[in-house]
Design a protein around this ligand. Structure first.
Ligand code: GUN
Length: 260
């Protein structure tokens, strides 16, 4: 895990990624770099990790400080060690329905939906948010021609007209737009299944830290009318880390098979 700078949310993610990796018996190495680190220094570290046979997976925590080009940095990671599935070759493989490393958060969402429904075939899935980390890869996963997928997918974003008209048709609603409590009960179909990807800090003076975490969905009201909903915290977050461990295992297996 490579962390550049000291973004507070990234610190929390990296800490729990390291903790869970060790809990399952994987070796976890953290490289913490100053926020003044140059692109050349970061690329040199990635090159070293690419060539280190004792490392099977590389994760560069995002966002990077502004002076570093994220696209360039991600392209430097060996696609076979790209446990985030962010490398352009993995993105292309997923987009064309081929085997690839799949981004952890969308994979965690798919696994929960698959566990719940068995197959999503023919269901109307609405994804709110078009990020490269969640919205776009999740849309691909949900619509891909696989026995457990085959949903009809609509992707909404900040410029979408009549958002609630679209969301209220959804059998599966995934909120990944980063707007605290943005999805209210009137926007959701009775009996739908809702996955809340949002993790937002809102001021809460009753808490020691001065904030609490809320999702993109108004959980209390929405949970009254849906069949199932994921909580925040404790829903998608732990699944993301679990999928990171799965991807690390997949990457290690692939390397070992290639060495045989
Ligand atoms: N920042 C927010 N989510 C993620 C993630 O899944 N992976 C990385 N590398 N950075 C992130």
């Amino acid at each position: 895990v490579v962390l550049v700078g000291a973004d507070p949310a990234s610190e929390v993610y990296v800490k729990s990624k390291g903790k869970m990796t060790k809990e399952v018996g994987m070796k976890s190495v953290e490289h913490r770099l100053a926020d003044t680190t140059s692109e050349a220094e970061l690329l040199a570290l990635i090159d070293t990790l690419n060539n280190d046979n004792s490392i099977h997976g590389i994760l560069v925590q995002l966002p990077l400080p502004d002076h570093l080009n994220e696209d360039l940095v991600i392209s430097a990671i060996d696609p076979a060690k790209d446990v985030d599935g962010f490398h352009i070759s993995n993105v292309g493989l997923l987009g064309t329905g081929q085997k690839s490393m799949v981004p952890c958060t969308p994979l965690g969402c798919l696994m929960m939906l698959r566990d719940h429904h068995g197959t999503l075939s023919g269901m109307d899935a609405v994804v709110i948010g078009r990020s490269n980390i969640v919205g776009k890869p999740l849309a691909n996963l949900l619509m891909n021609r696989r026995p457990w997928s085959n949903a009809t997918v609509t992707v909404c974003h900040t410029r979408t007209k009549n958002l609630s008209e679209i969301t209220s048709q959804a059998d599966i609603l995934v909120a990944a737009m980063g707007q605290p409590l943005g999805i209210t009960a009137d926007m959701v179909k009775e009996g739908a299944v809702v996955v809340d990807v949002g993790i937002n800090r809102v001021v809460d003076t009753d808490r020691k830290q001065g904030y609490r975490l809320v999702g993109d969905v108004d959980f209390e009201a929405v949970s009254e009318k849906v069949e199932a909903i994921t909580p925040v915290p404790g829903g998608v977050g732990p699944m993301t880390i679990a999928m990171l461990l799965v991807n690390a295992l997949t990457a290690a297996r692939l390397t070992m098979e290639n060495e045989e």
